[in-house]
Design a protein around this ligand. Sequence first.
Ligand code: GDP
Length: 319
Amino acid sequence: MARAVDVPALVEAARAGSPRAVARLISLVENAHPALRQVMAALAPHTGNAHVLGITGSPGVGKSTCTNALVSAFRERGKRVGILAVDPSSPFSGGALLGDRIRMSDHVLDPDVYIRSMASRGHLGGLSWSTPQALRVLDGAGCDVILLETVGVGQSEVEVAGLADTTLVLLAPGMGDGVQAAKAGILEIGDVFVVNKADREGADVTVRDIRHMISLGERRAAGDWRPPVVKTVAAKGEGVDEVMEAIDKHVAWMQEHGVLRERRVKRAGDEIEAIAIRALRSRMGDLRQGKGVDDLAEQVVDGRTDPYAAADTVVDALT
Ligand code: GDP
């Protein structure tokens, strides 16, 4: 039995800035708690303010370090910041490794910074179901900026990064990241490319490679966004101002061209689809449990009907 939840009180506390209430709401998302329907309804009027900034890149390129530096920069601007770390390859929740590392950051005691990591592999409905809802909680709780950090450059990372308004792709010199990026389709999702560890040899080569690859894939019209490539030494805070400037420019460009709205509508569509599919799956499970499919299956085995006709009957029963 799921524990009873006082949703109005919890939402009110989260909106008033209680980190515990925010954490509790995100746990409800992680557990696909039945109260979520009510939570999302209560949050809906308060959402739409947060700028979601995706940060992705291979392990070790400096995502945590960079996130830390960006949080400082946003805090200097007086912004309330949420950090959602998602590791699509890890089965661990709550204390997933990403979050643990961020938890050790400079901002752990700042009441205007929410830090949370989320599981992932094997999650009910998957990350495409849970991540947007966790973002919604942080947004509704009054975050101005949400840093959505994902590991690696695989397909699920691309998917999660697709949940952002602005996506930062981090690379480092000499990691063969350029080729990896091209393979993983990360070039398409990057709005700003950051070559971190610019204090190391080969940074300029990496910058050039990325610029070259971006231009190869380019079919841009005049006025289209051209992803900038920025060098940083995140460990020393160098280049962070330039990254912030690139982010600001991207936001301004999106607003000017209606792209921000477009991206958000697309995302909300994906979110609706993920919730609807999960609901259908759950009903399908009930149907099979109740032997509602067995009779049809017998008929298919006997050749009295075909699987398509049987599936039509099931679809009708589900909807
Ligand atoms: P993540 O796995 O992508 O989150 O990477 P981390 O932020 O944990 O950084 C990995 C390692 O690289 C750490 O030891 C950092 O101290 C180091 N690092 C981060 N930024 C820089 C940088 O700009 N230059 C150098 N030389 N090292 C860095």
